[in-house]
Ligand binder design. Structure first.
Ligand code: SAM
Length: 519
């Protein structure tokens, strides 16, 4: 299929799964010879990757669609595609179609291999290859101002027609990512996402995800190993295995051939892969066997993001979370006992239907008691189509905000105290990127527990004499006689993807700062 070349921009909101999906779409478009541009103004194809988990990201998508409606009146060469959680069922698509005729394609990531056909049918460059740059026409770059754009010179119109809608059958178990992109995924630096299980089977009363992303579908271990190998070949040193309930990986595979621990073990064999992370955990799927298996795999980072959502059993029941606090606490005790040094983060919702002052206090008590490293807190947002949408959203917004700030303030103190414990320690850091803060050149990376670490960069840094891709944990294992490994490097000439040791000299609730440790 020959598709004329153009420029694209992907606008992404929401969770890590959305980011991974955008990366996949980006790889398909790159494969067609399309060029990614950083803003919408010069793009011929704008893809909106949307999120419906709360009302706010939906509002942002509506804002983008309004801007695109204006832009498209001025540009006959602009195509708009929409994906992500706002693409629900036929009814939601029909509503969106009526409201936004500007959208040319509604699709789910599982059907992203429709893009070449879509572009072949709908995309006609204005003049030869590429697109007209707004900047060349004296048009303001910021279409976010709502200003009307001057008309472009008349040009052959792109093929028009009613929007294409490409979506999987509801609840189709067999739908996976398009096979055409299991290889060739591009990486953006040394860290990459690897979605291992799609969809969600849980029935949390507040959550829209299951109805938007379908039932749980694990990708085959062969497909994942191939994709992981490909990501590592193109530069990834750390993979984050993604799923809404990532420990459910494998439960739906024929004969339950592999669970998440088995997958991690197979991925650990990839020599140049230094680290494996995973998220998000659902408490009931975290078995004793899984904890022990993960803890024994040196490349698996000791960090678990395990949403509790609330600190009161009554509210957990109304949320239909499927566990009690006693069960949750028992799991945390096991994690800490069997995986020494494991860092824990969680998600909390405040202001859920009927939440009393007492119930809310139980959440604060739980946080004080467990002392998570990080807490992601959100105010309850009623989502049409969920069970709790039918219930009274009776906690006023001002009170939701007040509770949210109380959780943030408590967690800030706890994180401050936990992070202070890192002072003077040498931490293994995988360097992710270089950044400039004021006149300071810094390297940014993370330690195994997922703490952000910054340390000064000496410029220039192009010449790195050697690289290490072996984690400190793996060295312990090798020191025990399992194999050979280089120690993490301590030097000034480093680059993204290197593992280095950093001596921590300063801490905040959100990060650690230090300098390269000389050993
Ligand atoms: N699957 C994970 C779990 O076990 O809950 C989390 C995935 S969910 C997409 C990400 C987070 O969004 C949830 O942990 C929850 O805290 C938040 N969330 C989901 N629905 C929400 C709602 N209606 N209002 C506010 N926050 C919500």
């Amino acid at each position: 299929m020959k598709v004329a070349k153009g420029k694209y921009h992907i606008w992404t909101v929401g969770c890590q799964m959305n980011m991974a999906d955008s990366q996949r779409v980006s790889s398909i478009l790159d494969g067609l010879g399309w060029e990614e541009v950083p803003t919408m103004e010069t793009a011929n194809l704008v893809v909106l990757n949307t999120c419906s988990v709360r009302e706010q990201p939906e509002k942002r998508a509506h804002g983008q669609l309004s801007l695109l409606r204006i832009a498209k009146k001025q540009r006959s060469d602009l195509l708009v595609a929409m994906m992500g959680c706002m693409i629900g069922n036929q009814r939601t698509i029909d509503d969106l179609k009526k409201r936004y005729p500007v959208v040319d394609l509604f699709f789910k990531v599982e059907k992203a291999d429709i893009l070449p056909q879509f572009l072949e049918e709908r995309w006609t460059p204005l003049a030869g290859e590429g697109c007209i740059d707004f900047a060349d026409l004296g048009v303001p770059r910021d279409i976010g101002t709502g200003a009307t754009l001057p008309m472009l010179p008349s040009a052959p119109a792109a093929h028009t027609g009613s929007p294409m809608q490409i979506m999987p059958r509801p609840a189709a178990r067999d739908l996976q990512y398009p096979n055409s992109v299991t290889v060739g995924l591009k990486t953006r630096g040394p860290t990459a996402w690897l979605p291992v299980i799609l969809g969600c089977n849980k029935v949390c009363s507040y959550c829209i995800v299951p109805s938007r992303r379908g039932v749980e579908r694990s990708r085959s271990i062969e497909e994942l190993l191939a994709e992981a190998g490909d990501l590592v070949t193109s530069g990834a040193r750390e993979l984050t295995l993604l799923g809404q309930t990532v420990e459910a990986y494998g439960l739906d595979l024929p004969g339950q051939q592999a669970d998440l621990g088995d997958l991690m073990e197979r991925l650990s064999d990839i020599a140049s892969l230094s680290r494996i992370r995973f998220m998000t955990s659902y408490p009931r799927h975290f078995t004793d066997k899984l904890i022990k298996h993960m803890a024994a795999l040196p490349k698996v980072c000791p960090h678990v993001n395990i949403p509790v959502q609330h600190g009161d059993d009554g509210v957990l029941q109304r949320m239909r979370r499927g566990y009690t606090l006693a069960e949750y606490r028992e799991l945390i005790d096991k994690l800490r006992a069997w995986w020494p040094g494991v860092a824990l983060s969680t998600d909390i919702i405040v202001g859920f239907c009927g939440e009393t002052e007492d119930e809310f206090r139980h959440t604060l008590d739980l946080l004080e008691d467990i002392r998570f490293d990080v807490v992601h807190v959100a105010a309850y947002s009623p989502r049409p189509g969920t069970l709790s949408y039918k219930w009274d959203d009776d906690v006023p917004l001002a009170l939701k905000k007040e509770r949210l700030h109380k959780v943030e303030a408590l967690q800030e103190r706890i994180s401050t105290e936990i992070n202070r414990g890192y002072l003077g320690r040498d931490e293994e850091v995988l360097i992710e990127a270089h950044q400039v803060a004021g006149d300071q050149h810094q390297w940014r990376g993370r330690n195994p527990c997922n703490k952000l670490v910054f340390f000064p960069a000496n410029m220039p840094t192009e010449k790195a004499p050697r690289r290490s891709s072996t984690s400190a944990a793996e060295q312990t294992k090798t020191r025990n006689g399992v194999g050979l490994a280089e120690p993490p490097v301590a030097r000034t000439q480093v680059r993204p993807g290197d593992l280095v040791m950093v001596r921590i000299e300063k801490t905040t609730p959100w990060s650690l700062q230090g300098r390269l440790a000389m050993h």
